[in-house]
Ligand binder design. Sequence first.
Ligand SMILES: [Zn+2]
Ligand SMILES: [Zn+2]
Length: 677
Amino acid sequence: MIVDVAVPYRIHSTFHYLAEEEPNPGLQLGSLIEIELGKRTTHGFVLGFPKETSIKSDKLKPVLKVLAEEPVFNESDLRFFRWIADYYCHPIGEVIEAAIPRHCWKISNRGRAKASRLIEAADSQTAVGIPTTAVTAPELTEEQRNAVAKILEVAPGCTILLHGVTGSGKTEVYMAVVAECLRKNQGALILVPEISLTPQLLGRFSARFPRQVAVLHSDLTATERFVQWQRVKRGVARVVIGARSAIFAPVTNLGIVIVDEEQESSFKQEESVHYNARDLAVVRAQMEKAVAILGSATPSLESYANAKSSRYSYVTLKKRIHGRGMPSVTFVDMKERDNLYSQKIPWLSRLLVNKINEKISEGLQTALYLNRLGYAHFLFCSDCGHTWRCRDCDVALTYYRSPLSLKCHYCGAIRKPPQDCEECKGTSIETIGFGTEQVEKMLVQLFPTARIARMDRSVVKNRRALESLLNRIADKEIDILIGTQMIAKGHDFPGISLVGILMADASLNLPDFRSNERTFQIITQVSGRAGRAEHKGEVIIQSLNPAHPVLRAAAEMKAEQFYDSELQARSAFCFPPHTRVAVIRFQHRDAKKVEAFAYDAADFIRKAIVRANLRCDIQGPAEALLARVKKMYRWQCLLKAQSPKVLRYFLTLVIHRAQQLKSPVQMSVDVDPLNLL
Ligand SMILES: [Zn+2]
Ligand SMILES: [Zn+2]
């Protein structure tokens, strides 16, 4: 019997092996087996049993053994994996390896014994402390009821964009739909951007559907993950919540796939297979006749365009629940020196200081948003102009005071800050720019009696730290919260009635065609934190360019106006969603080699485009904006075409050529890239 096997390596072909003819109950499609590949022993996945092979039978190697009792995937999973491999131009072995991580099948005997007790036990919830009786659903608003009804009407296999303003109660809509699925004995899959940042959502689902929720995330131990995976596979848990890789959870009889905050870039896998779990949710729902819901207050332009063109159904929630109004927004022009609180602090306006004081005296809370980590942007020698940069990456090091360090945000390298300049030995070292750490320090001086906390990656390092901080905010133990986009992530802060946005226009200047969209999204999300409870919210946006149409549209909650004008702009420049884009990246430690290889590949594609007479544009090659990361020099080219099929055609050609050339330069392909740096 010939066996077609995919191996977990960057190899674009599959391999044929030989298995005993006698009935081998362990060996079937989806089986995990051990094989010899070249000189090494590795595991592989059985894709099928072809009738014949071009390899001579005495050259066929035998299957060494079957590694797991049960197959790790079935035919319908395989169809999904093949789609992914095809669409993202990635070897199927690595796709399966990404979809079914080792901890799902590789477990010690002791672990297995412990796991099997946990899987069947009724109280086997390992992820969250769960009540055993369900919390009853609150009465939905009319708008929510209509949304639920519309979603339930949609035909299986379709996708819905649920566009609801911040505070409109999307989670209740999700839960009502999930309850309906469970009633029909269907499973539900809920994807969230970062599980560690969403303890509130997790808690609500677990309380509503006790014992039925499985959580898949990276904080779990190997045994816990195995238990959760098995609970899903055996149908013990019918509701799965997880981050992007949960899109592969083995939910049977899938009724609904929900992607919350669908615009978030964390759904995109930036290593190995460059899939976007949001897009895979749509595909999986289609294949399994389930319904996909993409929910957001600020949808991606791609999803919005799909809703406009009726490829997706469009359901909106325009009102905040509990009759709360939208916050009022004031702009402060930070170019006007008179508006500054002090000439020494260029990031703080007089108005914001007054408002914070007002809120403190009323016992209300303030949140300040700044998308910059650290104390200062970088260090600078004013004698010779030297700046401190990472040795391995082409970026300046961020300066931190506690603990005192210089950090690279790309490779994680940490250095001690210098006493004197490494170039000229001068001692006039200055800091340039500011980050959340500096803002926090200044706030302590400006508001000596206020209780101040910071919420960013450098202080909130895990779920426990986040939960404790969220509890302190909820218990009104904090007056002023300063944070990065972490504060925008769907947390419900009922006491916060003032939001201040510092340097609102910083992200508009990034050289990326999505910079307008991202700025609109973050301003809308951060503003949405204001005034969720009985107090009307206020938002103060500090900007050097307060008339900027993107900031205005976000402030005035004119989402449709923003989306429509942005769609026009994208169309003029042939950017997605009007075209499909792929980036081909090249990297190597040798700058010359990578450059030569990139030119060769681009040249090859150009000629192929002419030969094929298909409409496809290639830009580059060019040095990546981050020209060096982790000692690797980086080049890239951008491919644009009207359809993913055309892109795939040229990508496949160039991948084959690279394989033939056997160059040491690493080449990778990113279809629908989110990161163009
Ligand atoms: Zn110097
Ligand atoms: Zn670095």
